[in-house]
Design a binder for this molecule. Structure first.
Ligand code: NAP
Ligand code: MG
Length: 511
């Protein structure tokens, strides 16, 4: 990694661990110059082998791309090329779909659920065994802090496979009185923000219900999907049950439009989701679309303020803000807004931005140059729209794509930075006086994926929570995930649910 100018930043602490305010009559102003530095704590990537080139995984084998074309994936923290990947063409996709069809007909759909479950359990255990390697690769390819890939992404990936492995032999209990039948071949397309977790959300329920899959990871983060292919092979999964075809948007489109695909599962932007939905209109393919979001985090004045500040930090700065359900709009009650914003600024000052492989890092690299430019465009736009921008004062590494944690105040509901998904560590802040106003502002969005409510009062939680049109509402917490819990959106945030019992429905026909 380049020059590590990213350290600094922890509040001076008293013996009891409470940050020492510099002003005797206020806890608002901290003296940033008194912060002390963390030492480097790098996770070693020495043991992780990354090949120069990777091929598609089709019918249980790694195979060269038919047309021989390749593309690179870089490490966004260093801008170095990690490896070259096969670019999937219509020929490659056709081969993968044929392999998946054959495996579906001859093996997987005929196998009893308890046998399918054994394979999925084995995959889950192998993910746990290789969790350190997978976490390091996820951080290198995508830029997310190792603390998150190690403690959040990969454990959740394993948990998803364990959870759906458990359903494989109990499907008749999931749908009492009905007979669930698999659909056939599922085409699955995933984004770059949680590469392996999105793979797990897609593949685990599909396999548990007796379907076979062709999955395309995102162009900027294909590495862990190919490690997963190795795991499938090592687990002895029958050939063709899982096929991974790498490539860009065009490859995804080939999968969506392949005539022998029975179901399309897509996670990505609303823009591409609309294209996919249009192309599926008039076909009998089933589909689920998990799309963008602009989640509102509502803070009432009776909330536990310090806890809520932590929650807001987690809501918008987790994974550099590359989170579909991020709490990217803060809506805070007027009586506490000044105090809250100051506390948030103080907390932002303590966030460490830098090397994703350093265990101290809070905010890693922006996933790609393209996304970095996109975020920068929004930062400029905020200024043009009259908003006031505040960023933490941390230094950034010289190489790689990094963005300081950023908040915008003085914003209007109609501003584009309030309405559009920025997908970076950028928060807009609005205030409200009454609960109705908070609900109105929260719902004034084309999206409806997530939201948060912070208050001491259960009645406010239920009253407000029921009025916000969002698929997931968190109360006094944020960004909590569990395989047993359904996830999905209203409005332009998508169609269908993944996770939990609900996540089985899109993969079965109920007879
Ligand atoms: P994206 O540009 O829509 O891409 C998503 C996937 O679709 C990628 O694999 C992409 O390939 C592929 N793709 C692009 N054009 C396609 C086309 N015409 N037909 C078929 N596939 C196509 O989204 P992204 O930028 O990767 O991901 C960020 C978005 O995902 C955000 O909007 C975020 O909110 C959303 N997201 C939603 C959820 C959820 O559960 N609701 C979860 C995570 C992320 P390339 O990568 O090669 O372009
Ligand atoms: Mg990459």
């Amino acid at each position: 990694m380049s020059d590590q100018k990213t350290k600094s930043t922890k509040t001076e602490e008293k013996a009891n661990g409470i940050p020492k305010p510099t002003s005797p009559n206020s806890d608002l102003k901290l003296d940033y110059s008194s912060f002390w530095n963390y030492s480097d704590a790098p996770e070693s990537s020495d043991k992780v082998v990354i090949e120069d080139t990777y091929n598609h995984f089709i019918n249980g084998e790694f195979v060269e791309p038919e047309k021989g074309r390749r593309f690179a994936s870089v490490n966004p923290a260093t801008e170095e090329v990690l490896s070259q990947f096969a670019e999937g063409t219509s020929e490659d996709v056709d081969k993968a779909v044929k392999a998946a069809r054959k495996a579906y007909k001859n093996v997987w759909s005929k196998m009893p659920g308890r046998e399918r479950g054994k394979y999925i359990f084995r995959i889950a255990r192998m993910i746990q065994e290789r969790s350190r390697e997978l976490a390091i690769i996820e951080s290198m390819d995508g830029g997310k802090p190792i603390r998150e890939s190690r403690d959040v992404d990969i454990p959740l990936v394993a948990a998803h496979f364990f959870y759906y492995a458990g359903w494989a032999d109990k499907l008749e209990y999931a749908f009492p009185g009905r007979k669930p039948e698999p659909l056939g071949v599922c085409g699955q397309i995933i984004p770059w923000n949680f590469p392996m977790l999105m793979l797990a959300w897609k593949i685990a329920p599909a396999l548990a219900t007796g379907n076979t899959v062709v999955l395309k990871p995102a162009e900027t983060t294909p590495l862990t999907a190919l490690r997963f292919a190795e795991i499938c092979r090592d687990a002895g999964l029958p050939d063709g049950v899982v096929n991974i075809v790498t490539g860009a948007g065009q490859t995804g489109s080939e999968i969506v439009n392949h005539p022998d695909v029975n179901k399309v599962a897509f996670t990505g932007s609303t823009q591409v989701g609309k294209i996919i939905q249009k192309s599926l209109a008039g076909t009998d393919k089933k589909f689920t679309l998990e799309l963008g979001g602009k989640g509102a985090n509502i803070i009432f004045e009776d909330a536990s303020i310090d806890q809520a500040v932590e929650g807001v930090v987690n809501a918008i700065f987790f994974n550099q803000g590359h989170v579909c359900c991020a709490g990217s709009r803060l809506i805070v009650q007027e009586g506490i807004s000044d105090r809250f914003i100051q506390k948030l600024k103080d907390r932002m000052e303590t966030l460490i931005v830098g090397d994703p492989l350093d265990k101290n890092t809070d905010i890693g690299a922006i996933n790609s140059k393209e996304q970095y430019e996109r975020i920068k465009t929004y930062l400029d736009l905020g200024g043009k729209e009259g908003a006031v921008m505040h960023q933490s004062s941390c230094d950034l590494p010289q190489n790689g794509y990094f963005c300081r944690p950023t908040i915008f105040t003085n914003v209007s509901q109609s501003n584009r930075i309030v309405q559009e998904e920025i997908f970076g560590p950028v928060l807009t802040i609005q205030t409200f006086r009454t609960p109705d106003e908070a609900v109105q502002k929260a719902n004034n969005s084309p999206y409806g994926l997530s939201g948060g409510i912070w208050t001491d009062k259960g009645s406010k939680i239920f009253n407000t929570g029921q009025q916000v049109r969002a698929g997931v509402m968190w109360t006094n917490t944020f960004n909590k995930f569990d395989p047993t819990s359904p996830f999905g959106g209203y409005k332009e945030s998508g169609v269908g649910r993944e996770g939990g019992l609900h996540g089985l429905y899109p993969y079965v026909n109920l007879v």
